[in-house]
Design a protein around this ligand. Structure first.
Ligand SMILES: [Zn+2]
Length: 757
């Protein structure tokens, strides 16, 4: 059924503002009451379609064998997904790219002194777990994109291996120059650990999973419980994704057959030193052989021994060699053409590749995406026609560094910049609360979707359950009050770690990352035990959360695809950016206070007086107190942004008041075009300092954190690195970006007023 005739210039559209009610309301942001009724009827049909038993079947099939990039089963899965999409009546095809994907040729970790020990680096078969014995097809435990190397040196324990840990080491008088460091997993993207180690002169890096973080300290280990067993290890990419993700040989362009490729020696995102991950069974003898100072208390894990820092006497020999091969990626792409606005695209994606069997990561959410596609196929057969084009994507090569999504986004950059309205991502799903993150211009919109989803355990709406959880976790009475009163729950900003990155941070496409979780403990991440047996014993065992994930994303995609007025709103994003500005000012003040106080302590002789003369403890260096920085350009831009957002809200309210008045379709189309442009305006062609691939000026993964987001990254990282002239010039750039955004919102408000007149 097609309700609106393409090309009609006028129609009766009462635009809803949505509502702050906690229960489902009949209105929908961006839809007239009439259109909302039709939309809800289609959504009700959609919601009834996803079935837990299908999710279980897809998982069983997709995770039956190891399926990392380059394997027969990876390709087989892509072809099977393609066949399913076609069976459901969808127009689907596979797009391929050829990328650098190193696999292990040689891996050796041995202790030469004071005793000899060779790490096993193997995860054993577990009798009750049928796929754990598929050793011939399993990718060995390794870190992809590690440099090749054969190094020997004393061992130093560096905790998580983040910058603060190296500052602590310096105070202990310990250098890692010429050493092999051992860091534990956690607190940063893993690729950050060898990067920082190399910057400090280390020649090699080991990364191990401490039982405190995801092993027996947390709960029973697999197969008795969901946590990491002694020999379980975390594979993973150590590509420097903070420079750019995707194929290291084709930055910025799609890795098509004829793409111009860098030589291996020119690739910027490989590590500088060799690195390997190990299990805690393999790490224990190495750590136990360390002497030197006892590790600071926060550094101590849950192994039954005294944690020491070294260096040595443990002497380690580390050897890493990879097959530096080019492998083919298989992205499966579905296109459902829009009936009214075919050149406005809603893009939805999840990856299908895994490190090994990958039942949780990524199949749990890939299965939900398949049920969504099946449901949309069924709706199409019943006459449903989305106004905008919907593109469903099953990415390959996410695990190695967002390869499939990045190459596709780079290959289609021009079309995407013109056409993409939004990108919706998932990657793994479990039991618990809805996790919402993404562009703040979509905050109101996604809150409304969450109000319409029923949580299977509590029968509350997913939104209400999350609100109560936020209240339970709030740090202060003020925070609790805000959560109770604010119409929308705050969504988190996106850093990196999944396929939204090329869309949001490279192309400036408004994006959301969604999934359920928080009640399912897990220590099988990137191991051979992330499989069907584990998932069906310890995670969303009845697939009821898989079902509501499909419902959540289905509603999200359908609403974006058929809204008359695109559901962007700017008051929340203006307020959020203002909050980030407040954080930046506080960050600077805190730095000034901290250095002022420390200098004072140095003058008082505090460090000399309190240091145990029998231990090495170096005083911190005297530093210049950071200068005041002029934030006025951003303050003015934020004030403008808030005024613009308010005038857009006013125009929206007018559209709503005039429920029956004539909205001019042509003006409405102009409003929508501006709304689509709104996230692009937050990018700058120069990118963030030193990282031109990352163009978004509000969200970027931290250069020294990786997954974790740095908001207003240019300014924030300049302050963190105490680079004051850069902080000032970045303030000017961000202010210009925000002014341009405010002007666009002013124009959208004006057009919307015209559309109401
Ligand atoms: Zn994943």
């Amino acid at each position: 059924m097609r309700r609106l005739l393409i090309g009609t210039l006028t129609a009766l559209w009462a635009i809803s503002l949505g509502s702050a009610e906690t229960g489902p309301s009949q209105s929908i942001v961006g839809f007239s009451d009439e259109a909302a009724r039709v939309e809800r009827a289609w959504e009700a049909k959609f919601m009834a379609i996803p079935q837990p038993e299908n999710l279980r079947d897809y998982m069983k099939r997709l995770s039956a064998r190891p399926h990392h990039v380059g394997t027969a089963y990876d390709k087989d899965n892509a072809e099977w997904i393609l066949a399913k999409f076609k069976e459901w009546g969808l127009d689907a095809q596979i797009e391929t790219f050829d990328v650098l994907f190193p696999t292990p040729k040689e891996r050796l970790v041995e202790m030469l002194e004071p005793t000899r020990f060779t790490a096993k680096q193997a995860e054993p078969t577990v009798a009750v777990d049928p796929t754990s014995g598929q050793h011939d097809e399993q990718l060995p435990i390794y870190n992809a994109y590690s440099a090749d190397g054969d190094v020997t040196g004393p061992l130093v324990y560096v905790n998580y291996g983040i910058p603060a840990d190296y500052e602590q080491l310096r105070r202990l008088g310990i250098s890692v120059k010429g050493a092999i460091v051992i860091a534990r997993y956690g607190a940063s993207w893993r690729g950050i650990k060898p990067k920082i180690a190399a910057e400090h002169g280390a020649v090699g890096c080991l990364i191990y999973s401490d039982p405190r973080d995801d092993g027996y300290f947390q709960g029973e280990v697999f197969p008795e419980g969901p946590y990491r067993p002694p020999d379980g290890a975390q594979r993973g990419s150590v590509m420097d994704m903070t420079v750019h993700p995707g194929d290291p040989l084709t930055p910025g362009v799609g890795a098509t057959k004829d793409a111009k490729r860098l030589a291996l020696s020119e690739a910027k995102s490989l590590t500088k030193i060799p690195v390997l991950p190990i299990s805690y069974a393999d790490a224990q003898p190495l750590l136990a052989a360390l002497r030197g100072p006892v590790a600071p208390e926060p550094w101590r894990g849950a192994l039954g021994m005294t944690y020491r820092v070294g260096p040595g006497p443990a002497k380690i020999h580390l050897k890493v060699k990879a097959n530096w091969d080019i492998k083919t990626l298989y992205d499966v792409i579905v296109r459902i053409p829009g009936s009214a606005f075919p050149d406005e695209w809603i893009v939805r994606g999840n990856h299908h590749d895994a490190w090994v069997n990958g039942a949780d990561d990524p199949v749990s959410a890939m299965s939900a995406e398949m049920e969504e596609a099946r449901a949309l196929g069924a709706l199409l057969k019943q006459g449903w026609r989305p106004k905008r084009t919907i593109i469903y994507c099953a990415w390959d090569g996410e695990e190695e560094g967002l390869l499939g999504s990045t190459e596709w986004a780079e290959a289609h950059a021009e079309e995407l910049r013109h056409n993409a309205v939004a990108y919706i991502n998932t990657d793994s799903n479990g039991r618990g609360y809805l996790e919402m993150a993404g562009s703040h211009s979509l905050e109101t919109f996604i809150n409304e979707v969450a109000r319409d989803i029923t949580d299977p355990e509590t029968k509350l709406s997913a939104w209400k359950r999350l609100q109560l959880k936020h209240i339970a976790d709030a740090g202060s009475p003020e925070d609790r009050e805000e959560i109770r009163k604010r119409p929308d729950l705050r969504i988190s900003a996106l850093g990196s770690g999944s396929d939204y990155t090329p869309f949001l941070q490279h192309l400036g496409i408004a994006s959301l990352n969604l999934g359920y979780g928080g009640e399912d403990g897990s220590g099988i991440y990137h191991s051979i035990y992330d499989d069907y047996y584990w998932y069906t014993h310890f995670s969303d065992t009845d697939f009821s959360y898989g079902r509501i994930l499909a419902q959540t994303i289905g509603a999200t995609v359908m609403r974006l695809a058929s809204a008359e007025l695109l559901p962007y709103e700017f008051s929340n994003s203006a307020e959020t950016i203002e909050k980030y500005l407040g954080e930046l000012k506080k960050l600077l003040t805190a730095k000034q206070d901290e250095i002022r106080e420390r200098n004072r302590q140095i003058d008082e002789g505090l460090f000399a007086a309190t240091a145990d003369p029998k231990k090495t403890f170096l005083p911190p260096p005297r530093e210049d107190i950071p200068p005041y920085v002029n934030f006025a350009p951003i303050e003015n831009a934020v004030a403008h942004l808030k005024r613009s957002a308010a005038s857009y809200d006013k125009a929206l309210a007018k559209a709503r008041e005039n429920g029956g008045a004539k909205l001019r379709g042509a003006s409405l189309q102009k409003v929508n075009a501006l709304l689509i442009e709104s996230e692009r305006r937050l990018t700058s062609p120069e990118g963030v300092p030193g990282r031109p691939w990352y163009r978004h000026q509000i969200y970027a993964p931290g250069y020294y954190t990786g997954y974790e987001v740095k908001t207003i990254p240019g300014v924030r990282e300049a302050i963190e690195l105490k680079h004051w002239p850069l902080a000032e010039s970045e303030i000017a750039r961000v202010a210009k970006t925000l002014e341009s955004e405010a002007e666009l919102i002013d124009a959208a408000a004006e057009e919307l007023e015209k559309a109401v007149r």
